[in-house]
Ligand binder design. Structure first.
Ligand code: GCU
Length: 433
């Protein structure tokens, strides 16, 4: 799923072996040559989220809302992710495709709902899989919305979950769908989620936009007719995925099973970048979780630790705007940094999570974004990161409205992560256990 190199793997013999035996892909080569040495992080000054472009201080919630927030949102749209298109809601259509009430030995019901983005055209479309707690039948439940990497059926071994979305899976091309059934199941703590009374909704992200550089011709891009592909702020792939998640919320708003005012958008890795961007634009989401989102997500660009703006633009040019490429050698010229992406979610609760071996994603840079969003959360009357000033030890979740943890282990989503996200949801929705 991703290229991870721990420090151990970066040893000289290993590097020589790899270099001697195979040509490295671009991301692998970047990962090997990245800086993982804290003492080599350059000096930098972060843009102040509470100073407006004209230099004036932002001192009231109204000034944040009316002046500064729109400025920062525009900076991210123009320089990094691209515009976030309006939706033509009259073209959206939702269709029930399947109900299966014996999931998890009868603890949960799975419903698959098809979302047509441009009805009556059948394509593009996406299938949402709703995993609903049977213990809460007949009442709307809060939900986690988390896109998946390889198709609905890769989240579970249960053969009743169809492998239809498989066809779009560029990652799985040429494989038998059943060969990848359940491959990602360790990332989907469905049982814990429904036991806690929550629904989990997932969508295969490449149904929204296939994840390769085709000049923005496929996926939902043909629907973005108000934009010119040549423009430096054209909505790139992360904007498209985030836009698709907003359409998923449009659908959930029509579902009696879901309390759509209580949906947390959650994403891992590139989809963690997507979750942050989605939550920043779409204020209907009650909370946002960024799991190991790294460069272009929660990690501060100015630290240039692990993956950098320069390397991410070379490896994944289709994720970001053309404008973003200009900053590869001059990250300090970016008008914004990633703490301001977190701040755009304020005052809604946000959780930034890292993993100790995931140096490529810069756990410290992820923490510093969470920390430096705190002044905005406080201005808006919340308890922010709850007085935390230092990155905590591993496996020690901290924070308040802004939360953070660094889990032991590699780049992944684990039960430990989910346990924290469920507690986070409980705190947002006032659930006592
Ligand atoms: C690569 C990429 C990261 C990304 C990750 C993923 O490692 O460099 O930026 O987060 O893939 O999405 O799995």
């Amino acid at each position: 799923m991703r290229f991870h190199f721990s420090n151990k793997l970066l040893s000289l013999p290993f590097a020589l072996l790899v270099l001697g035996t195979a040509a490295l892909s671009l991301p692998q080569a970047f990962a090997q040559n990245a800086n993982y040495d804290e003492s080599k992080v350059p000096q930098y000054v972060l843009p102040d989220p509470l100073v407006a472009n004209d230099g004036s201080k932002i001192e009231t919630p109204e000034a944040w809302k009316n002046i500064r927030r729109p400025e920062i949102l525009k900076q991210f749209q123009t320089e990094m992710f691209g515009k976030f298109p309006e939706a033509d809601l009259s073209k959206l259509k939702f269709e029930d495709v399947m109900t299966y009430d014996k999931f998890l030995d009868g603890k949960a019901t799975v419903k698959i709902v098809r979302v047509y983005f441009n009805y009556p055209e059948k394509a593009p479309k996406m299938d949402l899989m709703l995993v609903l707690p049977n213990s809460k039948k007949d009442q709307p439940v809060p939900a986690f919305l988390m896109p998946n990497f390889q198709g609905l059926h890769t989240t579970t071994d249960d053969v009743n979950i169809p492998a239809e979305t498989f066809e779009a899976a560029t990652r799985n091309k040429g494989k038998n769908p059943e060969d990848v059934r359940g491959v990602a199941k360790s990332r989907w703590a469905f049982e814990k989620i429904v036991d806690a009374g929550y629904a989990c909704v997932t969508v295969y992200y490449e149904e929204i936009d296939p994840d390769f550089d085709d000049g923005f011709k496929n996926g939902v891009h043909p629907l973005f007719t108000n934009f010119n592909i040549e423009d430096g702020d054209y909505p790139a792939a992360i904007s498209a995925w985030a836009w698709g998640l907003s359409r998923a919320l449009d659908c959930l708003e029509t579902r009696p099973e879901i309390d759509a005012k209580k949906v947390i958008v959650l994403g891992h890795s590139r989809l963690g970048k997507t979750a942050l961007w989605c939550g920043a634009n779409d204020e209907r989401f009650a909370g946002v979780v960024s799991n190991d989102s790294g460069c272009g997500g929660a990690a501060l660009s100015r630290r240039e630790f692990g993956e950098t703006v320069k390397s991410i633009n070379k490896s994944f040019p289709h994720w970001f705007t053309k404008n973003f490429r200009a900053y590869g050698d001059r990250v300090n010229d970016l008008p914004m940094d990633e703490h301001e992406l977190v701040a755009l979610i304020a005052p809604r609760p946000v959780y930034v999570a890292s993993a100790s071996e995931d140096l490529w994603a810069d756990p410290k840079g992820e923490f510093l974004s969470a920390l430096n969003a705190d002044p905005v959360y406080r201005l808006l009357g919340t308890d922010g990161i709850g007085g935390v000033t230092e990155q905590p030890d591993v496996d020690t979740p901290v924070g308040a409205t802004i939360r953070y943890h660094k889990r032991t282990g590699k780049h992944d989503v684990t039960d430990f992560d989910w346990e924290q996200y469920i507690k986070f949801a409980d705190s947002i929705f006032g659930v006592e256990r």
